[in-house]
Design a protein around this ligand. Structure first.
Ligand code: C2E
Ligand code: MG
Ligand code: MG
Length: 690
């Protein structure tokens, strides 16, 4: 049984009270009984002494009448049930017996006669009777005895009465004290404790009520301590709430809170049949800022952008930071697409306002994807995914633009997912193959090697360009196994040609940024050893995006590759985020000018200036230059005149499959042999014959 504190306390107090008061009462009753017994005896003795004092004369004078009077006098004394004067022989001379007394009556009834001697004998030993006898003497001669019997009946009655009265008094006192103590205990202890309990329960429910702290006793101290603790919990709770719902850097709501608010907005918009818009904002090339100016500056930029976005939205709109360089704006009550567009423009403008960071003017751009409820999704997840989707579309279209989500994007997304699945099987089903596009020295047009280009022959969709599936494979991580297959296959081919006595030149293999992070040097060293390939036979084409990763790790891996004797080529130079400092820092051997700059040669002034500048700079850094995408003689002549080292392009040779490249190599061999005998000069014509 569970007893409350109040019940336990009251029961304990009641037991203590009952025990002490009862002990006290019994002690009092005992003392009082002994006192009364003493009095009874005193009374008997006084009577005895009186009778034995007055009786001798009457006995000596045989005055029985007087003796009878004496014994009658005895009967008047309360509680005396018999008084008998006997002579020296013990014969009764005068007798008084109260035969109405219950004890006497009982003995007479038992004996069946009122004979004195047997009656007195019977009464002997009765506990309800005090029996006394006093000698009656005259001049030291015993004349007889006075026998007196005093009943304890009234004494016992009195004791019983006292007991009842005392018990009732005891019960009343205990009851009163218990109630009084309980009331005082309740008011002074239970009530404050109950308040503390209620306040504690409130805290566990997340409500913070303070309790009264007026009392100066221990409960007052406890209440004050409780209040201090509650304040601390409240502060801690607020801190946790901030950490859980707000972004530590910008102070804006975070991903969690943004998702919550979108869900709330969905419920609201559903009830009121309204539309609202979600803007997914992603900064363009933010990593570049981080890499070139440091993370502290990157953080500063994010804070500034967060504040600017916040400033350009309405009070009812919400901006949150999803993490990294991603923000989301939730705009309730967007009546029309035009209004959403207006806001997107404002956001783009706000983000791209120049900002002075670490003494440098920084201009950030962003891409925005817009999803409208309910048109582009009825759940938070759907809206976010579609806004994200649209943002990616915006990014691939043009930096610093905003795009509405369209159903078409969903189709593209599904296609992408399908392609991802198909790509998983591509290696297994032998749908991948390698093409080789020959490279030529610009001065003598001597064939010097080939770029290895991946091909995917999809059973339904036909040939799929690497430009469309490599980025997907990079995003999904499939590039690791695919890239590994390319490396192995390229090495296998080189060894095969070499073993067949054909010089394949060097093979330039494209490697992805993702592969690069997986200890590429270890794998390549292994392959070169397995296939016995000299290091100068392999060149690695790396795009600038590789350099955007952790610099120290990239630098180390590049050092390892160089140590293994591999040639390093910076592909698509000029299209990405190249900074001249990269060239100096990472020690490339080759720069590959992207074909977008070659296409305008030699008429487009911009391309001419750019290619000239690249070539001049490359010379300065002692780098070899390869130009790709050479499609006509004018381009080739220009490049040759400017001192470009190697050329690649459809003019000279298109990418060809393994068999075709074998034939190409064989024909070159024949040609070289012929040229060695002075019979022929090699030219572009052979290169093109694929
Ligand atoms: P890239 O490394 O810049 O390769 C050169 C691309 O230019 C190749 O396209 C090639 O066919 C094309 N090309 C060469 N000469 C001409 C020309 O005269 N005119 C025109 N219009 N195009 C020319 P491809 O084979 O479609 O490859 C596209 C991109 O895919 C490559 O660009 C490379 O970045 C990537 N890639 C190809 N194979 C691999 C691979 O095995 N691994 C990785 N990671 N990426 C690869
Ligand atoms: Mg390449
Ligand atoms: Mg290229």
């Amino acid at each position: 049984m569970r007893l409350s504190l109040g019940a336990k306390f009251t029961i304990t107090v009641t037991i203590i009270l009952v025990a002490t008061i009862a002990a006290n009462t019994f002690y009092f009753l005992g003392t009082s009984a002994r006192f009364h017994e003493q009095q009874l005896l005193e009374r008997g003795r006084a009577l005895g002494r009186l009778i034995s004092l007055v009786s001798p004369d009457a006995i000596l004078g045989f005055d029985f009448l007087l003796l009878n009077r004496y014994t009658r006098e005895v009967s008047a004394v309360p509680d005396v049930v018999y008084g008998v004067i006997v002579d020296a022989k013990g014969e009764p001379i005068s007798t008084y017996i109260d035969d109405k007394d219950p004890l006497i009556k009982k003995q007479i009834d038992a004996a069946g006669s009122k004979d004195l001697s047997p009656l007195l004998q019977k009464l002997d030993g009765q506990s309800g009777l005090v029996r006394l006898q006093f000698p009656i003497t005259s001049n030291n001669v015993v004349l007889g005895r006075f026998l007196v019997g005093i009943s304890r009946q009234s004494l016992e009655n009195e004791f019983r009465r006292q007991l009842i009265v005392q018990s009732m008094v005891l019960a009343a006192i205990v009851l009163f004290l218990s109630v009084a103590i309980h009331v005082v205990f309740r008011a002074n202890v239970l009530k404050p404790i109950n308040k503390l309990i209620a306040a504690s329960e409130d805290v566990s429910r997340g409500q913070f009520t303070l309790v009264e702290t007026k009392a100066r006793d221990e409960l007052g101290v406890l209440a004050r301590a409780f209040n201090v603790m509650t304040e601390a919990v409240k502060r801690e709770q607020a801190k946790l709430h901030r950490q859980a719902n707000f972004d530590g850097l910008t102070g804006l709501p975070n991903r969690m809170m943004a998702f919550d608010r979108i869900k709330q907005e969905i419920s609201r918009a559903k009830r009121s049949a309204q539309r609202f818009a979600v803007f997914f904002i992603d900064l363009d090339n933010f990593k570049n800022v981080n890499d070139s100016m440091g993370h502290a500056v990157g953080d500063e930029l994010l804070i500034a952008i967060g504040a600017r976005v916040q400033a350009c939205i309405r009070d009812s709109d919400i901006v949150a930071r999803l993490g990294g360089d991603e923000f989301v704006v939730l705009a309730p009550d967007i009546a029309s697409d035009a209004k959403a567009e207006e806001l997107a423009e404002r956001l783009i403008k706000a983000v791209s306002e120049p900002q002075l960071l670490a003494g440098r003017k920084v201009v950030a751009h962003c891409s925005i994807g817009i999803a409208i409820y309910p048109d582009n999704g009825e759940s938070m997840e759907e809206l976010m995914a579609n806004a994200d989707n649209a943002m990616y579309q915006a990014k691939s279209t043009r930096d610093g633009s905003a795009i509405f989500f369209t159903a078409e994007m969903n189709i593209r997304l599904r296609e992408r997912m399908q392609m991802e699945q198909d790509l998983n099987l591509a290696v297994e089903l032998g749908q991948l193959s390698l093409n080789f596009q020959p490279l030529f020295e610009t001065d003598g047009q001597r064939h010097c090697g080939a770029e290895v280009l991946l091909r995917w022959h999809h059973p339904e969709r036909g040939a799929i360009s690497p430009a469309s599936f490599i980025p997907l494979a990079e995003a999904t991580g499939q590039i690791v196994s695919i890239g590994d297959w390319v490396l192995e296959q390229a090495c296998r081919n080189w060894a095969k040609w070499h073993n067949a006595g054909i010089d394949p030149g060097f093979l330039a293999i494209n490697v992805s940024r993702v592969q690069f992070r997986r200890r590429l040097s270890v794998r390549l060293t292994e392959l070169m050893a397995n296939f016995r390939i000299p290091s100068h036979a392999l060149e690695l084409e790396i795009t600038e995006s590789v350099l955007l990763d952790d610099h120290s790790q990239v630098a180390e891996e590049l050092r390892n590759l160089r140590a293994a004797g591999l040639t390093l080529s910076l592909d698509d130079f000029g299209t990405g985020y190249s900074s001249l400092s990269y060239l100096k820092r990472f020690h490339f051997d080759v720069l590959k000018i992207d074909r977008s700059f070659v296409s305008g040669l030699p008429d487009d002034l911009d391309d001419v200036l750019l290619v000239k500048a690249i070539l001049a700079m490359a010379k300065g850094f002692d780098l070899k230059v390869v130009a790709e995408g050479v499609e006509n003689h004018d381009q080739l002549r220009f490049l040759a005149s400017q001192g470009c080292d190697v050329v690649q392009g459809f003019l000279l040779a298109k990418p060809m499959n393994e068999a075709a490249y074998s034939n190409f190599l064989r024909s070159r061999k024949v040609e070289v042999n012929a040229s060695q005998t002075g019979a022929a000069q090699h030219g572009y014509a052979t290169g093109r014959s694929t």
